[in-house]
Design a protein around this ligand. Structure first.
Ligand code: SAM
Length: 459
């Protein structure tokens, strides 16, 4: 029996801003038990209940439920210490502005607009500081490192400075942007991971130049003997064929969640003529008598305020024969067609030979950033999204769920999409959980040595 386990229990964790508990599923699989989750959205909380039947799920605003969380956790733990507190606050409010610009504006007396949603990290910090888990883990978008918030004294502070301030001197930690493709996730997705611990073993690792973040298991070009990034082809190349043209071809009832929205005929045509890794905005002439393939492609340029905008003069008609190109367009009030305003990555196909681009809540919308299947005329199915997000490698259930009086056999597609788009791929959380266990049991020294060697090799 693992020294961390008592007879009946595994080391325990809590999850704040838990979403639908997708990342937590990976962490659990590394050998943990979640005793408490907090999430504001009822339908996501219902998925947590389904997937973590032994956890106390507190549904509601963390600001209103903070006291309840603080009084409940010690009762749930009994004599045990809390192993980990995981907090993944929402990222919508994280500023695009550089930290330097913000602080400069403040010094010049200009009041910056601070998004109150970023302050949600404060209750999480108070909870972590009061419960004193062995490990505290924050996950957020990379720009969290540039985010300044108003602290409880009314002063302005970079979020990352507040973490050690709240946790106190006996915690030590690090924050780093990780690329999940480096961890065997067939998807490019970068997130900031901040990990703090009060264990002497963690301090030793950091003092010896090691990392609390697990060493990568994959590499873009296969350096250091690591396998290369997992591609879309590796992950979903064998999924049954679907076509977004009709309701009958847009689903395969044999495979759970393997269905896609039916495309309207215009979009279907634009997509049908789009090659792999290309955007429909670059489609060339399909007039069989012309076939000109040198029509200018869609690009972007900086406007006078320095903002990168998609060009508006991209041709919609073939410059050689004048035929309508199969490019995304809209109809003006006067009946004329014009090229649709959109980013150059809109209506773009993925590449088979790379990991998928970041899966967002918009993963079923072809007009969103690189959402089209590499070779079939459709977006990704939710089954494929689950595979590319590594959810289907874990025992995650999409139902049944109960919200209020209502029972559903399975989560609606919109909930699945939202939950995937906002979540941490469970494979990374699984590796992280294993790494933290290894450090806590003193087994991470060998791993650290290996990681350092790998870094030296990379140089
Ligand atoms: C980034 S998502 C978490 C994803 C999760 N870690 C996963 O892997 O599935 C952030 C979550 O915080 C929730 N949230 C936002 N504001 C909240 C609040 N005031 N109290 C509690 N939860 C909140 C959102 O509904 C969302 O599900």
């Amino acid at each position: 029996m693992n020294w961390l386990q008592t007879k009946n229990s595994l080391p325990q964790a809590i999850s704040l801003f838990a979403g639908a508990g997708i990342g937590d599923k990976g962490f659990e699989s590394a050998g943990f038990r979640f005793c408490l989750h907090n999430e504001i959205e009822a339908d996501r909380a219902a998925l947590i209940v389904t997937n973590f039947p032994n956890s106390c799920v507190i549904q509601g605003d963390i600001l209103e439920r903070e006291r309840e969380i603080l009084s409940t956790v010690p009762n749930l733990l009994g004599q045990e210490e809390l192993f980990a507190a995981i907090a993944t606050p929402p990222c919508q409010g994280m500023s695009q502005n550089g930290l330097g610009t913000l602080l400069k504006n403040v010094r010049q007396g200009l009041r910056p607009e601070l998004d109150p949603r970023n302050r949600l990290i404060l209750p999480a910090l108070r909870i972590a500081a009061a419960l004193r888990p062995k490990w505290v883990i924050f996950e957020n978008v990379s720009r969290m490192s540039n985010t300044v918030i108003q602290d409880e004294t009314g002063g302005l502070a970079p979020i990352l400075d507040l973490i050690p301030e709240y946790l106190g001197n006996d915690y030590i930690g690090e924050a780093k942007v990780v690329e999940f493709a480096d961890y065997g996730v067939p998807q490019r997705r970068q997130r900031l991971i901040a990990i703090y611990s009060r264990l002497p073993e963690a301090r030793q690792i950091l003092q010896a130049g090691g990392s609390l973040i697990p060493p990568p298991t994959h590499d873009q070009s296969g350096r250091c003997g690591l396998p290369r990034w997992i591609t879309v082809k590796d992950a979903i190349g064998n999924f049954p064929f679907l076509d977004g043209k009709t309701a009958a071809t847009a689903r395969d009832p044999r495979l759970f969640l393997h269905h896609v929205p039916v495309l309207d005929s215009k979009k279907y045509e634009w997509i049908r003529h789009t090659p792999e890794n290309e955007s429909a905005f670059n489609n060339q002439c399909i007039n069989p008598k012309c076939g000109f393939d040198q029509n200018p492609t869609h690009g972007s340029s900086r406007d006078c305020s320095g903002i990168n905008r998609a060009n508006r003069d991209t041709p919609l008609y073939c410059i050689k024969c004048g035929a309508l190109l199969p490019r995304p367009y809209t109809r003006e009030k006067n009946g004329q067609l014009r090229i649709m305003r959109g980013y150059t990555s809109a209506y773009k196909r993925m590449s088979w030979n790379q990991p998928a681009p970041t899966l967002t809540k918009n993963l079923s919308f072809p007009c969103s950033d690189r959402k089209i299947h590499p070779s079939q005329n459709r977006v990704l199915s939710l089954a494929e999204a689950c595979k590319l997000h590594t959810i289907s490698d874990f025992d995650y259930k999409w139902g049944p769920i109960a919200t209020g009086e209502r029972q559903f056999k399975q989560a609606p597609d919109s909930l699945v999409r939202d939950a995937i788009g906002e979540s941490i791929p469970p494979r990374f959380m699984y590796l992280l959980g294993q790494h933290l266990l290894a450090i806590s049991t003193g087994k991470a020294v060998a791993r650290r040595t290996q990681a350092v060697q790998l870094e030296l090799f990379a140089l």
